[in-house]
Design a protein around this ligand. Structure first.
Ligand code: FAD
Ligand code: SF4
Length: 328
């Protein structure tokens, strides 16, 4: 590990002031960043600990929630209002990592955790454009069972690993940011970038910008929601495919629907094509299958992950059928 300095931020302004210097990284629970520092893939000169800031979950007028970036994953999953109003978020969070890691990990850190592509971690022996821009990508013709089928590029085929972000994408979550230029908000679905030619630039954050909170808009009281994660073993594994969905049905027809897919792209993938097919139509299996096919029409498999296309299709259909069945 490279030498670094450590400081706790006194408040948000102090964090942003310290975070705007070169070589500084914010420290959440450290469960991803410190691992990457041990491997010398991340080499910050200084860490600014932001875990003491924004640890509250507040109810907003109208029924939404404002979740501080420093809220631990366990506290988020267990919160009374999260469990009652956004149970898919609880399901997504508890499906990730181990209880010990969830006790440490923060909301801000989870959103900004980095890919689990094995070649990205293999500093000594692999080519990786994300770690070392312009060097190549050993995953494209290598072991790519876990990699992307949507939105990938010739430069990078990695997937975003977060379960929480998939739920947040389906909930239309909004990320609150604070930087040198003041405060701003960005939709969670717009925060992470597709790889294009610059997979090393992973988000729309500006240098030194701090995530202060995540806002969840209120949901219609009629909406049903869930999160399903498919993985190689039942614990301690990242998603091969996951689906978060919110379905609101009236008189057998889809009044509103929001679907996000995990494990398939460089970002939590909002299934806007499938949603467009479903909105206003029958809440029925055939329509669900047509919608899933529409979403996956542009999927492009790699040598080792063609199975993910069918897996994503079946998982989407099964999740929607489950939600429609609960309503019927
Ligand atoms: C064995 C193992 C299994 C795992 N399995 C899963 C899984 O199945 N599903 C899953 O989703 N995750 C999984 N994880 C990942 C885990 O959820 C993340 O490591 C964790 O969420 C990161 O949160 P953190 O607070 O520790 O972030 P940190 O490691 O502290 O930070 C991560 C990044 O976020 C930045 N950051 C932190 N807070 C802020 C902020 N407020 N504003 C701006 N930047 C910030 C840091 O600078 C860093 O770049 C696993 C991890 C391990 C080690
Ligand atoms: S897929 Fe992306 S992260 Fe993985 S080796 Fe290729 S460039 Fe690196």
């Amino acid at each position: 590990m490279n030498p670094f300095t450590y400081a706790r931020a006194a408040d948000t302004s102090d964090a942003v002031r310290q975070g705007s210097a070169a070589g500084v990284k914010y420290l959440g629970g450290g469960t991803n960043l410190v691992d990457l520092m041990r491997e010398t893939i991340e080499r910050p000169a200084s860490l600014v600990d932001v875990t003491g800031l924004s640890r509250e979950i507040e109810e907003l007028p109208g029924g939404g929630l404002l979740i501080g970036a420093g809220v631990r994953n366990t506290a988020l999953a267990e919160h009374r209002l999260v469990r009652r109003r956004y149970p898919l978020l609880t399901r997504a969070v508890v499906s990730g990592a181990s209880a010990q890691i969830r006790n440490m990990a923060t909301v801000g850190g989870n959103v900004l955790q980095r890919t689990r592509c094995a070649y990205f971690y293999d500093d000594a022996g692999s080519r990786c454009n994300k770690r070392s821009p312009g060097s190549g990508c050993d995953a494209i013709d290598g072991f790519n069972r876990n990699h992307a089928i949507l939105g990938a590029s010739r430069s990078c085929v990695a997937v975003h690993p977060s379960d929480m972000c998939v739920a947040l994408a389906a909930l239309d979550a909004v990320v609150h940011l604070r930087g040198d230029g003041g405060e701003r908000r960005i939709a969670l679905t717009e925060l992470h970038r597709l790889p294009g030619e610059r997979p090393d630039i992973e988000t729309m954050l500006e240098a030194g910008e701090l995530i202060t909170a995540i806002e969840l808009p209120p949901l219609s009281g009629e909406a049903r929601l869930t999160y399903r994660k498919v993985r190689g073993r039942s614990s301690y594994a990242f998603a091969l495919v996951s689906v978060a969905a919110v379905l609101d049905v009236a008189d057998g027809h889809v009044r509103d629907v929001r679907i996000a897919i995990g494990g398939v792209a460089h970002k939590p993938w909002r299934a806007v094509r499938a949603e467009a097919v479903l909105r206003g139509g029958p809440a029925a299996s055939l329509a669900f299958a047509t919608a899933a096919d529409a979403e996956l029409a542009e999927a492009r498999p790699l040598s080792g992950n063609a199975f993910k296309i069918e897996l994503a299709r079946r998982t989407m259909v099964a999740v929607l059928e489950e939600l429609a069945g609960e309503i019927a």
